[in-house]
Design a protein around this ligand. Structure first.
Ligand code: AMP
Ligand code: MG
Length: 408
């Protein structure tokens, strides 16, 4: 087992262990938030046929250009949903509605607003449309055979709309990793119960479960277990089918930190323990049977941040996400931050765009790992590299947006 490794080594180790989930097919109506497992190739053109973009008249633009005052003979009417196949001869036009198939012979639509006089089956216009005006060509958006999605995209409302446009009723997605969220601690009480002296509410269980679901994993319920080896082992043996075990608490060096020992006794392979980072130094990672486990330190800030950095990246990789969240953005630090030389810092930050359009960031106040308010106020994690005792105001830092927050 490696110990006291760098952030880069730790994240590389976690990502290196992630294996792709299997593919399953779900109804499009259930596919929101899931991850596309395969490329999507357009089976046909979008739009599939040329149509009118306005309510008006399908005309031959040349007729109106030759004689702007002419009146055209209305020979029919086409509505959206009509099968099409009509033809417009010189001197004639067809009444046409938005979305209706565009007739041959015609090359433009004179919108209803341009009608000057309409008497019986004759109409004249105040303006003449240029060729192609208000006609939507076929395949303007997508051509049959185009690769519309590469696979690995999270199915957003917009992607769901595009899949529907392509006529896909069923969508191949990655099975969601099944994650067990297990909070340890004799002092931990579920919200809703009454607190005895020395007890605190279990905040990590609910927040980790929400983070798991937000990242694309599945978790029916968080679990809690006392600081007791037998109880921890019994809980683990009850269900050995999970893909990921997420522990909060019990991975440090205290007398009551039993998680590592129990995992060890059960034959787990510990890949690393302790990372040169703050918060979350005692982070543990390894494999138990078919499951990977992450032992997150119990302090609520450490638990939340270590999940965002390691847990989310693990789940996103298992889902084959094209974009695994990383500290890609560069922001200007508003206020200098003191740190410990030799530890990579994950400082909770508030990023804003200043009046010059520049992305800036400041810390969200006191950063001790029990002060959860620093997470609630944050919209990003500021990555401060290992080396150095202070990062000066005005310097560029890497930030990672929190997926539930935005820049407003
Ligand atoms: P541990 O990592 O078990 O030593 O816990 C470190 C700190 O986090 C202690 O102050 C615990 O009381 C606190 N803690 C552990 N688990 C939770 C939890 N599920 N919810 C809130 N605080 C916790
Ligand atoms: Mg504990």
């Amino acid at each position: 087992m490696r110990t006291f490794i760098s952030f880069d080594e730790a994240i590389a180790c976690v990502l290196g262990e992630a294996s792709l989930m299997s593919v399953e097919t779900v109804a499009l109506s259930e596919a929101g938030g899931r991850t596309l497992a395969q490329p999507v190739v357009a089976p046909g053109d979008v739009p599939p046929f040329p149509s009118s973009a306005m309510d008006g008249y399908a005309v031959r633009s040349q007729d109106l250009m030759d004689d702007p005052d002419c009146s055209l003979h209305i020979v029919g009417h086409i509505a959206a949903g009509d099968s099409g196949g009509q033809h417009v001869e010189p001197g004639t036009c067809l009444e046409i509605m938005t979305g209706a198939p565009f007739p041959s012979g015609a090359d433009a639509v004179a919108p209803i607003e341009w009608v000057e006089v309409k008497e019986g089956d004759r109409v004249s216009f105040s303006r003449s449309p240029e060729p192609n005006k208000h006609v939507r060509p076929a395949a303007e958006d997508i051509r049959a055979g185009d690769v519309v999605f590469k696979g690995g995209e999270r199915i957003t409302p917009a992607i769901a709309g595009m899949l529907a446009t392509l006529g896909m009723a069923n969508v191949p997605v990655r099975r969601a990793p099944r994650v067990r969220v297990i909070s340890t601690g004799d002092e931990i009480v579920e919200p809703g119960l009454s607190l005895g002296s020395g007890q605190i509410f279990n905040s990590n269980g609910p927040s980790l479960r929400a983070q798991v679901i937000e990242s694309g994993g599945s978790c029916t319920q968080h679990e809690h277990v006392a600081d007791d080896r037998d109880a921890i082992e019994a809980l683990l043996r009850r269900d050995l089918d999970a893909d990921v075990l997420l522990f909060s608490g019990g991975v440090s060096v205290g007398d009551h930190d039993h998680v590592k020992q129990v995992l060890d006794d059960m034959g787990a392979g510990m890949l690393f323990w302790k990372v040169r980072q703050r918060p979350g130094k005692p982070l543990a990672f390894g494999r138990l049977g078919n499951a990977l486990f992450l032992g997150l330190p119990g302090n609520p800030v450490s638990s939340a941040m270590c999940f965002e950095i390691y847990g989310r990246a693990l789940i996103e990789s298992m889902l084959g996400r094209a974009q695994v969240r990383t500290p890609l953005l560069s922001a200007v630090l508003i206020r200098s931050i003191r740190k410990v030389d030799g530890l990579h810092f994950f400082t909770r930050g508030l990023a804003t765009v200043n009046e010059n359009g520049q992305l800036t960031v400041e810390d969200t106040g006191p950063q001790r790992s029990n002060l959860y308010g620093s997470v609630v106020r944050a919209n990003c994690i500021v990555h401060l590299p290992e080396t150095g005792e202070q990062v000066e105001a005005g310097s560029h830092v890497r930030i990672q947006m929190l997926p539930w927050a935005d820049l407003s």
